[in-house]
Design a binder for this molecule. Structure first.
Ligand code: NAD
Ligand code: LMR
Length: 372
């Protein structure tokens, strides 16, 4: 359990000047900024990052309410020092020296909207914030959460290209919530299936009491959602969200009905939350959890931990598209390797074709926004 010293005693652990990688053996205290920190995602994400022992300094930036959020979070007795920044004039101070910048700034969906309907407003917000990153912390790793991610990541890339600071290894679209949902829904489906089998066996009198108890404790099914990993590739909207259920780890087999049900459920997870919140926004708590999980993976990579692999929407050559979500290995320089998609079954190959068509348009829209 790593515990950084107080900020006053922290040795300088920013990225090495002139290098794109972090120094080997540097102290495990990272400087993290959240842009959009007063929002539905920003606040619980700030709380979770304040609890992360790899974080020594946490900058909370927003155009509203950061003094209150910062005062509140700063009372948590964890190692990270918290500072608040309010409004555009304070963006420079919020960003200078940061190792990781997380961007959840922007408006969320209301029922009936697609993520692409957010483009008009969020594209400009992401552009402005990324211009700040290019100026004030060009070597930082950037995690883009603001929707539509399929377009906002290409927007960020174009901003960085224009500024001459673009490093594709350092720009990552956050699709972790799709993986988190997939892992949860797969376990629910298997557990429901297991309980259904148990019920049938119990009624037919062919099950022993001990087997029944083991099943109920999950020991026969043996599944905790945290131990399940479903790769989710493509992008982060509708059919571009493509769970690879043939590659679930630990290996599980599903009927074609289960595959079709699970795929739709995972693709519509965001919309289900938007409808349940009935106008009060989209996923914030599960998203903060997912964003904190992904940010932690980026920090562990920077710290030099081995074998840190997460799915993310990044500049990629695994398909003919310039951006694509797939498994990436994270390291001291950001993305160290983009893993291949692995074998896809027929259902997944068909899904991939649909996903690519929509993704191509969203990428083009983002690129055109900056170059128009
Ligand atoms: P929210 O409205 O609750 O919070 C957004 C925050 O951004 C607000 O505090 C607002 O003041 C701030 N903001 C607006 N313009 C800003 C600017 N120029 N600079 C700094 N801050 C600014 O929304 P939310 O629920 O937190 O969602 C934020 C975004 O995240 C939305 O676009 C949403 O669609 C997206 N989202 C993405 C995922 C994903 O999986 N990638 C999941 C959930 C939500
Ligand atoms: C999600 O997947 O929950 C987010 O992209 C928010 C949304 O609009 O669905």
């Amino acid at each position: 359990h790593l515990r950084p010293p107080p900020a006053s005693q922290m040795e300088e652990v920013s990225l090495l000047r002139g290098s794109n990688c972090r120094a080997k053996g540097a102290a495990p205290g990272f400087k993290v900024a959240i842009l959009g920190a007063s929002g539905g995602i920003g606040q619980p994400l700030a709380l979770l990052m304040k609890m992360n022992p790899l974080v020594s300094l946490l900058h909370l930036y927003d155009v509203v309410n950061t003094p209150g959020v910062t005062a509140d979070i700063s009372h948590m007795n964890t190692g990270a020092v918290v500072r608040g920044f309010l409004g555009q004039p304070q963006l420079e101070n919020a960003l200078t020296g940061m190792d990781l910048v997380i961007i959840p700034a922007g408006i969320p969906r209301k029922p009936g909207m697609t993520r692409d309907d957010l483009f008009k407003i969020n594209a400009g917000i992401v552009r402005t914030l990324c211009e700040g990153v290019a100026k004030f912390c060009p070597k930082a790793i950037v995690n883009v959460i603001s929707n539509p991610v399929n377009s906002t990541v290409p927007i960020a890339a174009e901003v960085f290209k224009k500024a001459g600071t673009y490093d594709p290894k350092r720009l990552l679209g956050v699709t972790t919530l799709d993986v988190v949902r997939a892992n949860t829904f797969v376990v629910c489906t298997l557990t429901e299936f297991g309980i259904c089998i148990i019920t049938i066996l119990t009624f037919t009198g062919t099950i022993s009491k001990i087997y029944y108890l083991l099943c109920l404790q999950g020991e026969v099914l043996g599944l905790d959602p945290r131990d399940v990993n479903v790769p989710v590739i493509g992008g982060h909207a509708g059919v571009t969200i493509l769970p690879l259920l043939s590659q679930v780890n630990p290996p599980c087999s599903f009927t074609s009905e289960e595959i079709s049900y699970l795929t739709t459920h995972i693709q519509n997870g965001g919309t289900e939350v938007v409808e349940a919140k009935a106008g009060a926004g989209s996923a914030t708590l599960s998203m903060a959890y997912a964003a904190a999980k992904f940010a932690d993976a980026c920090l562990r990579g920077l710290h030099g931990d081995a074998g840190v692999v997460e799915c993310s929407y990044v500049a990629s050559q695994v398909t003919e598209l310039p951006f694509f979500a797939s498994k990436v290995r994270l390291g001291r320089c950001g993305i160290e390797e983009i893993l291949s998609l692995g074998p896809l079954n027929e259902f997944e190959r068909a899904g991939l074709e649909k996903a690519k068509k929509e993704l191509a348009e969203s990428i083009q829209k983002g690129v055109a926004f900056i170059n128009k």
